[in-house]
Design a protein around this ligand. Structure first.
Ligand code: FES
Length: 175
């Protein structure tokens, strides 16, 4: 059995180029739409501020040991444009008698997680350090730790979580 090709119906080079161009444009368009959609879905939340509207209970005030740096996790709501979702953030509580401070667990330099070593706060990413008042001791951080608004109701400590702009000297809420 043999197959014969009719050379008379083969597309002329110009027509092939035109079809190739159209195909390329369609593929590029689909890739751009997919790229934007996937990009917004995957990395959008990292650049999205928390709504910051809700008060989150952290626990009974007298359960925060005097002078200790205590980490608590809070669930915050975010709107990434394509939808709302929830994520977990950390805050740090320091209680000295009636004096209470609640710090964001996000480093004001470039956003790594704040941790502790002995009685001070540290950021392992670039070596910033703060004392238990949130004052800067070392490193490239442009400001002290960001304090969060809190209140005490029926001996329960509650915090209003917010995100702040990084790498600037002033504390500014990320909106
Ligand atoms: S991100 Fe914390 S010191 Fe750079």
């Amino acid at each position: 059995m043999s197959v014969e090709f009719d050379e008379g119906v083969a597309p002329v080079p110009e027509r092939r180029s035109f079809l190739g161009l159209i195909s390329g444009l369609i593929v590029a368009g689909i890739s751009a739409v997919l790229g934007v959609t996937i990009g917004r879905f995957s990395i959008g939340p990292a650049f999205t501020a928390s709504s910051g509207q809700d008060w989150t209970e952290l626990g009974p005030l007298d359960e925060f040991a005097e002078g200790k740096l205590v980490k608590k996790n809070v669930i915050v709501s975010q709107d990434a444009g394509w939808g709302k979702f929830q994520s977990q953030r950390s805050v740090w509580v320091v209680r000295k008698g009636d004096d209470v401070k609640v710090f964001s667990g996000v480093c004001p330099h470039l956003g790594c997680s704040v941790n502790t070593r002995a009685d001070k706060f540290i950021c392992a990413c670039h070596g910033s350090e703060w004392n238990d008042n949130g004052d800067t001791l070392a490193g490239p951080t442009p400001r002290g730790l960001d304090t969060l608004e809190f209140r005490v109701e029926d001996n329960k400590l509650k915090v209003k979580y917010q995100d702040f702009k990084q790498a600037i000297t002033e504390k500014q809420v990320l909106s």
